[in-house]
Ligand binder design. Structure first.
Ligand SMILES: *[C@@H]1O[C@H](CO)[C@@H](O)[C@H](O)[C@H]1NC(C)=O
Ligand SMILES: *[C@@H]1O[C@H](CO)[C@@H](O)[C@H](O)[C@H]1NC(C)=O
Ligand SMILES: *[C@@H]1O[C@H](CO)[C@@H](O)[C@H](O)[C@H]1NC(C)=O
Ligand SMILES: *[C@@H]1O[C@H](CO)[C@@H](O)[C@H](O)[C@H]1NC(C)=O
Ligand SMILES: *[C@@H]1O[C@H](CO)[C@@H](O)[C@H](O)[C@H]1NC(C)=O
Length: 513
């Protein structure tokens, strides 16, 4: 009897963990991904405490607490006039990201949300801490604060080279394109050169420019004796990254980097009644147009909006347009504006024909999951690269946002709607992606629980994690071999001459005698 009680207690203890989930980048879309993982863990029976910039819309679910890092969106909204778009190079985009992360850190330490967490009892026990580690590390000292529980890093941001590198992966720049470039896995010499450059600029920039600032921020707040963030990072058990081998491409990963690409993807649910009716009744199908959670289509220029209106007018489909303003003049009756739509459920409806998107990671993953062909209008960051990759597989067409004329929009929309190759290729991608023994979310949860069961997972770490880059790339070996070759070659060149000289000297010497 006692044994049974003890066993149930142990099992219960083993399955219900207290987990802190730290999401330090202010971004509604990254939060969507992080929240999907957090909710997956909660549904397994764990108690989740989430530190985030994004408030919950409805009431909090049971066993899910949110500590809000308040106020950052007010500052960001006033700082950036939305859609203030510049086409930036991969390096500028990367630097802007680091800047954003640095700004978030500085802000977050001053929030009451963070103070609430700091005021938890000193002995409060978290069984695990999960960090969204994309680009920033300034919350890592929470590990010490909560008495060194195991920690797992996650990133919705594909797989940034800095993280890949930090977890001991080789940066296979010869066939793994930097995610902000339009390169494919097959690169010309010049492309490989650029790809090498971009990848290592990110690694070097963080090491030499960002890390010192980040460490200073942390030391100012947590105290001078705080270990360096690099040491914390070395102790992180696993990295769950939003990559997969179908939507992305095959890539080499060490055992401690787990591909959980698209873990936010779920089958669609029935739509709200009115939308369900609209979509069911659309005999010619539905086109969904949304620029995501950050860009706002009401901030497009009047000319751009007019181009869209004029193009949509000429289409027989119903168009659902996520539009943040009140109305647009001259809109035809087949266009329905709303401030928000249940995107995933729309993309899962049988009458959806086309998704016009900005090409953010999560949106493109959703389009592929539901096999909806895409017309992409990328604006910033990795969006252009995402759409280019889909275009290469003939699942999408790319429109330059500077060229949003009715003719150009129609040309691309008609091409994707009328040529079945786009839909067929999308079906193929979706079928391959769905054919996995575990869903990405299940895989992520499995590995997080694995860390809690085994605590230390150094047995999954490649020794490369602790080696210098020149060693893992065998540069020292190559240099040594090169030197030997040079020496052999030199001796080969000069040996005959040296022998002849020796011989002649000797002969002269003998003759002289
Ligand atoms: C919440 O946690 C408690 C105790 O860990 C558990 O008994 C309960 O089933 C959980 N509720 C949900 C909805 O998971
Ligand atoms: C669950 O998390 C909340 C918020 O951090 C905490 O107050 C509560 O004590 C936790 N529950 C358990 C059973 O640890
Ligand atoms: C945070 O608070 C400190 C002390 O109150 C202040 O010096 C610092 O400027 C604040 N930082 C930010 C980003 O608001
Ligand atoms: C990393 O782990 C080692 C071994 O468990 C421990 O001694 C060290 O304090 C940890 N470092 C940090 C910064 O947590
Ligand atoms: C802009 O649109 C026109 C009209 O469809 C097209 O001919 C042209 O190639 C487009 N330019 C760019 C840069 O996409």
């Amino acid at each position: 009897m006692l044994l049974v009680f003890l066993l149930t207690f142990l099992l219960h203890y083993a399955t219900c963990a207290n987990i802190l989930y730290v999401a330090p980048i202010a971004s509604p879309s990254l939060q969507r991904w992080n929240r999907a993982l957090a909710m997956g863990l909660r549904n397994r029976g764990h108690n989740i405490t989430m530190l985030s910039h994004d408030a919950e819309k409805g009431p909090l679910p049971q066993n899910f607490s949110l500590i809000l890092l308040e106020g950052i969106y007010d500052i960001l909204d006033s700082k950036f006039e939305s859609n203030e778009i510049k086409e930036d190079t991969a390096v500028k985009t990367m630097r802007a990201l680091f800047k954003h992360v640095e700004f978030c850190c500085g802000h977050d330490f001053n929030t009451t949300g963070f103070k609430t967490l700091q005021e938890y009892p000193k002995t409060f026990k978290f069984d695990l801490i999960i960090f969204d580690a994309s680009y920033g590390r300034c919350f890592y000292p929470l590990i010490t604060r909560f008495n060194n529980p195991p920690a797992v890093a996650v990133t919705p941001y594909r797989l940034p080279p800095i993280l890949s590198n930090a977890f001991g992966n080789h940066l296979h720049t010869s066939y793994t394109p930097y995610y902000n470039t339009e390169f494919s896995t097959k690169m010309s010499f010049l492309e490989r050169l650029w790809n090498f450059f971009y990848t290592y600029v990110e690694v070097m920039y963080r090491k030499n420019s960002f890390s010192p600032k980040e460490n200073k921020l942390v030391k100012d707040y947590f105290g001078e004796e705080t270990p360096s963030l690099r040491d914390y990072e070395r102790n992180m058990s696993l990295l769950l990254a939003n990559v997969d081998f179908i939507f992305d491409f095959p890539m080499a990963l060490p055992p401690n980097i787990i591909a959980v690409g698209g873990l936010h993807l779920t089958p669609s649910k029935p739509l709200p009644k009115d939308l369900q009716k609209i979509m069911d009744d659309s005999k010619n199908g539905v086109i969904y147009f949304s620029l995501g959670s950050y860009l706002r289509s009401d901030k497009l220029t009047t000319a751009q909006q007019e181009g869209l209106v004029e193009a949509f007018e000429q289409l027989p489909q119903t168009i659902l347009w996520k539009f943040e303003g009140d109305s647009i003049p001259g809109l035809s009756s087949n266009v329905i504006l709303r401030k928000s739509f249940p995107q995933n459920d729309i993309l899962g409806h049988k009458n959806i024909k086309l998704f016009i998107t900005h090409g953010g990671i999560l949106s493109t993953q959703e389009a592929m999951f539901h096999a909806v062909p895409v017309v992409g209008i990328p604006f910033r960051s990795d969006q252009r690269a995402n759409i280019r990759r889909m275009e290469r597989r003939q699942t999408a067409r790319l429109i330059n946002y500077k060229n949003l004329t009715a003719a150009h929009i129609l040309e691309n929309v008609m091409e994707v709607l009328s040529n079945p190759i786009y839909k067929n290729n999308m079906r193929l991608v979706a079928r391959r992606y769905r054919d996995q023994p575990l869903t990405a979310l299940q895989r992520g949860i499995y590995w997080i629980e694995y860390v809690m069961r085994h605590k230390n997972v150094d047995h999954l770490v490649l020794p490369a994690r602790d080696m210098d880059g020149y060693q893992t790339a065998n540069l020292d070996i190559l240099a040594c071999l090169l030197m030997m070759c040079v020496m052999i070659y030199i001796s080969y060149l000069f040996l005959p001459a040296a022998l002849r000289i020796t011989y002649e000297t000797l002969r002269n010497h003998i003759q002289a005698k």
